[in-house]
Every structure is written in C-alpha cells, then in structure tokens.
Design a protein. Structure first.
Ligand SMILES: Cc1cc2nc3c(=O)[nH]c(=O)nc-3n(C[C@H](O)[C@H](O)[C@H](O)COP(=O)(O)O)c2cc1C
Length: 390
C-alpha cells in the first residue's frame, strides 16, 4: 500500500490533509459554502436521510460499475466537476485532476477560470474533457472561450447558469480572499506557516512562469487595473434562455446546462436543444436557502428524463451517496470537493486516491445492494424519508 492509501481511507481523511497543507483562507475558500453554510450542510443531510434498500442472494461476484454517457463507455458513474481554484491549491492542479480522471476512465470538466490554458490541459491531461463556461459581464468577450474550446476539441460544453450574481461569502471577505487579494497580517502569517503550499504551489508559479497564477482563458488587457479586472470577471446577470439557444447554435457537440433545480427549467433546457442538465446548487455555494439537488432530482427526472441526460452533484462524499443519486434517476454524479481535497492534499496522486476511494465504495455498495451492474439500479433501491416510519 502506498503512503496515501494508508493515510487516506476516506474523503474526509483527504479533506483533513488538505486542511493541513493549505493556508486557512484558501482551505475555507474550497471547503465552505456561502452565508451560514446551511445549503452546504443540508446537501449532506438530504443525502444521509435517504436510505438504501438492499436485495440479497444474488451472485454479485462479477460487479461492474461502468456506465455509458453520451454514447461513450466510462469506468465509473462519476465525472470530475469544474472547480475554478484547482490551480491555486496545487501547481497546475487542473492538469493533475484531468490526468487522474483519464486514468480512472471518467470525464474531467475544466473550469472557465482555470490558471492553465485550456489547450494545455487538454493536451497534457488527456482523456475525455469537458469545458465549463461562465459568461462574464462583457458577454461578447466570453465568446472566444467557446470558440477556443470548440476548436481545441473539448467533448462537451457545460454552461453554468446558477452563478450569474456574486455569491455571498462573508468568510472570503474576512480572509482577504478578494480580487485583488487583500494582504493582512493574519493572512501573511497564515501563508508563512504553510510553506508546503507557499513554495510548492505559489513559489512554483513564480519560478516557472514568472508571475502568480492568472486567468488564462479570458482575454483581459495586460494594462487593466485591478478594478477593471474585477469588473471584467463579474458574471453576467442578463443571461437568459435566448443565450442558451445562441450557444446551442455555435456548439457542435454535447451541451450541458449546469445548475438546474426546477423541473420546468429542465424542460426549457431540452426545448432549447441542450443534451443534459446538471441538477446542482454549486456544492451549496450558489444559494444558501436553496433546495438540495438530491431532493430536486426525482421531479427533474420525471419531467425531462426521457429527453435529457440527467447528472446530479452537491454533497457526494461516499460511494453509497452515488448509488442513491443513480437510484433516483441520475445517469451520472459529479464530484467537486472530493477530488479537490485530493489534489490539494497531494496533487495528482491525491486526486487519484479520491477516485480509488469512491470506486472501492461504489463497488462494495453494489455488492451490499445485490447489484452486478448499474443499469439495473431502480427507484426501488432507495427509501425516501417520507416512506420511513417515524
Ligand atoms: C471551490 C469550488 C470552486 C468551484 N468552481 C466552479 C466553477 O468554476 N464553475 C462551476 O460551474 N462550478 C464550480 N464549482 C461547483 C462544482 O462544479 C460542483 O457543482 C460542486 O463542487 C459539487 O458539490 P461538491 O463539492 O459537494 O461535490 C465549484 C465548487 C467549489 C467547491
């Protein structure tokens, strides 16, 4: 067993390793939700309230957790979701995540605001990669990113629609994690007492590239002041269904809408030509009073499951969580923090460890459930809170 395999037995172990390696401000940036962290906690509570109903005395010796997604086989029912700060937690963390995904045989989604150019991540990460799009205040300046992603050969475009207004993350403001970063005595000390991150991540950018990490998928003039850059990076709150139709016209491959919770919105996405929706609350970041995606999933599946591929995320930390999502009708599950903790803790091997843990848990839970393949999982394999006696 490698060192990581003995130290990290579950995703929470990787989270604790990430907590030790990262400055507190950066750790909170990836770990917390928004406002009072209610949605963050509720995502977990909602998953924990759902129970699995096992079947017994089936020969489960030949378990196969693979799925087909958009006509392609994948070894696990997982996708690594887009997480903007991957390049801040590890030097070229996006490529590390892409490689881990390719090795595990699952897709990787590159965030718009990555610190490594999309073409580099595609070439050096390999595997099946999707590109996630944020639309910035200047809508037309966002379009070249779509053209670049199309020309580079990303297999899917993920349009994120739940983040058109800024998140209310008071802890980030207090921690100085703003744009530009606010250096305070507290976060200066915080950085100094985390030398593995200071030298291993930030120091490496400065040595190798001559500057701190930057957004490289957006064309921001070199002469822009901090205030201009901040204004540029503000997302576009005019986004509407016409924009989705416009993107459909220019994107020739799989188009996925991320951040849908209402069944009627899923139907609208299908009407606009989307291929899939991701039922998501951005890992509890978008709206602290919002519904948990796992609770929203059954209605979305009922309304649009026949027309769309349905993916779910937010709060998935165990293989058993993944099986609950699939039993409620999802075709696949996105993980955000699970692999982000892994890459924060130990780079590509850390992300690989997160996927190994989830793969082993999925495999084991399939056995407990009497399942040899994931195509046989149905609504009968879960019991919702309302069906349980008090
Ligand atoms: C630190 C962090 C950064 C994120 N950045 C992005 C992003 O750039 N684009 C996006 O569409 N979603 C982003 N997300 C949301 C994830 O893609 C995903 O929806 C979420 O992490 C799933 O919840 P989980 O972290 O509980 O697995 C981010 C999430 C986190 C935690």
């Amino acid at each position: 067993m490698t060192d990581l395999a003995t130290k990290a037995l579950n995703i929470e172990d990787l989270r604790q390793m990430a907590r030790r390696r990262l400055p507190k401000a950066i750790f909170q940036f990836i770990d917390r939700g928004s406002e009072d962290d209610i949605a963050l906690r509720h995502n977990r509570a909602a998953l924990e309230r759902i129970k699995l109903m096992p079947r017994v005395l089936h020969d489960v010796s030949g378990r196969d957790p693979s799925i087909d997604l958009f006509g392609k086989p994948h070894k696990l029912p997982l996708v690594i979701g887009p997480t903007g700060p991957a390049g801040y937690v590890w030097y070229r963390g996006e490529t590390a995540l892409a490689r881990a995904a390719a090795k595990a045989g699952i897709p990787f989604t590159l965030a718009s605001n990555s610190n490594t150019a999309m073409e580099d991540v595609l070439a050096n990460g390999g595997g099946n990669q999707w590109f996630q799009l944020y639309v910035w205040r200047d809508m037309e300046a966002s379009m070249p990113a779509v053209e670049r992603a199309r020309d580079a050969g990303f297999e899917a475009l993920v349009l994120t629609v739940d983040s058109t207004v800024p998140y209310n993350r008071e802890f980030d403001i207090r921690n100085g994690v703003t744009f530009p970063v606010r250096i305070t005595p507290r976060n200066a000390v915080d950085t100094l007492i985390h030398p593995r991150w200071m030298f291993g991540t930030m120091g490496r950018y400065v040595l190798a590239e001559g500057h701190m990490p930057r957004y490289v998928n957006i064309k921001i003039p070199d002469t822009a002041t901090s205030a201009e850059v901040r204004s540029f990076l503000t997302k576009n709150d005019t986004l509407n269904w016409d924009f989705l139709r416009r993107i459909r016209d220019m994107w020739p491959r799989t188009l996925i809408v991320k951040g849908v919770l209402h069944p009627d919105d899923a139907v609208m996405a299908a009407d606009c030509g989307a291929d899939a929706v991701i039922v998501s609350n951005h890992g509890g970041i978008a709206n602290d009073a919002g519904i948990a995606p796992i609770d929203a999933l059954p209605a979305v599946v009922a309304a649009a499951g026949g027309r769309l591929t349905i993916i779910v995320d937010s709060g998935f930390r165990r293989g058993s969580d993944v099986l609950k999502g699939l039993a409620l009708g999802a075709d696949a599950v996105i993980i955000g923090r699970a692999t982000l903790y892994g890459v924060s803790a130990a780079g590509e091997p850390g992300a690989t460890r997160a996927l190994e843990i989830l793969a082993a848990e999925i495999h084991r839970t399939m056995g407990v459930m009497g399942l040899t393949d994931l195509q046989s999982i149905t609504r009968d394999h879960v019991v919702l809170p309302g069906q349980l006696s008090a």
